[in-house]
Write a protein that binds this ligand. Structure first.
Ligand code: GTP
Length: 212
């Protein structure tokens, strides 16, 4: 049985739902009350990816409050992938997506020098008072080089598992390509070969449209 460890960052403005996302994904739990993250929280999830492949996910839930952002360079170090999250009902959190993506891209790259694969999540799609249109999210995704986007509801458990599966496939592909000839990742390519990124992006976006 081979095992690969991936470090995944979750960033975005305060109260968009980052901690809730991690709790939902790791423990399938949800809390209505808000408890501000101080600095960074960690969670670990082990996934049986195939008969002979385990994936260990180290999730870094990074505080959105401005006063903690001076530490982000340290938190981002050696990350394999990232989620930038915003709240569909709070337009400023969408506008600040650019700031978070730039912060990441200027402070952290993969070991081949390329940008860290980054997924854009539009959370709280269970609420009716939306403040951001899907066309704008699509634009943001293209213009700022996200690997994909989807609407999510942590509260209603919509697109949480699917988002993470998509990101894991991105990481598996990226790292299998980068380390094709090294022992550590060479044996980690899932049977059946590599996924088609364009096809997966579409799938993720289309599923969203009918689920929320
Ligand atoms: N309606 C709704 N509320 C949500 C959803 N996800 C999270 N919340 C609520 O939003 C509030 C903030 O969630 P958190 O997960 O603590 O936000 P955060 O992004 O980690 O915030 P910081 O720790 O300040 O960075 C909480 O009251 C959650 O219950 C969602 O999908 N829908």
């Amino acid at each position: 049985m081979s095992e690969v460890l991936f470090k995944v960052l979750i960033i975005g403005d305060p109260t968009v739902g980052k901690t809730s996302f991690v709790q939902r994904y790791v423990n399938n739990s949800y809390r209505r009350d808000y408890k501000m993250t101080i600095g960074v929280d960690f969670a670990l999830k082990v996934i049986k990816w195939s008969d002979n492949q385990n994936i260990k996910l180290q999730l870094w839930d990074i505080a959105g409050q401005e006063r903690f952002t001076s530490m982000t360079r340290v938190y981002y170090k050696d990350a394999h992938a990232c989620i930038v999250m915003f709240d569909l009902t709070q337009r400023t959190t969408f506008q600040n997506v650019v700031k978070w993506k730039k912060d990441l891209d200027t402070k952290c790259t993969l070991k081949d020098g390329s940008f860290v694969p980054c997924l854009l999540l539009a959370n709280k799609c269970d609420l009716s008072n939306r403040d951001v249109e899907q066309g704008e999210i699509e634009e943001m995704c293209k213009e700022h080089d996200f690997v994909g986007w989807t609407e999510t509801s942590v509260k209603e458990n919509l697109m949480i598992e699917e988002s993470m599966r998509f990101l894991i496939e991105e990481m598996m592909t990226k790292h299998a390509v980068m380390d094709a000839f090294s022992d550590s990742y060479g044996s980690s390519v899932p049977a059946g070969g590599r996924i088609n990124l364009a096809a997966n992006n579409n799938a993720l976006t289309q599923q969203t449209r009918c689920s929320c």
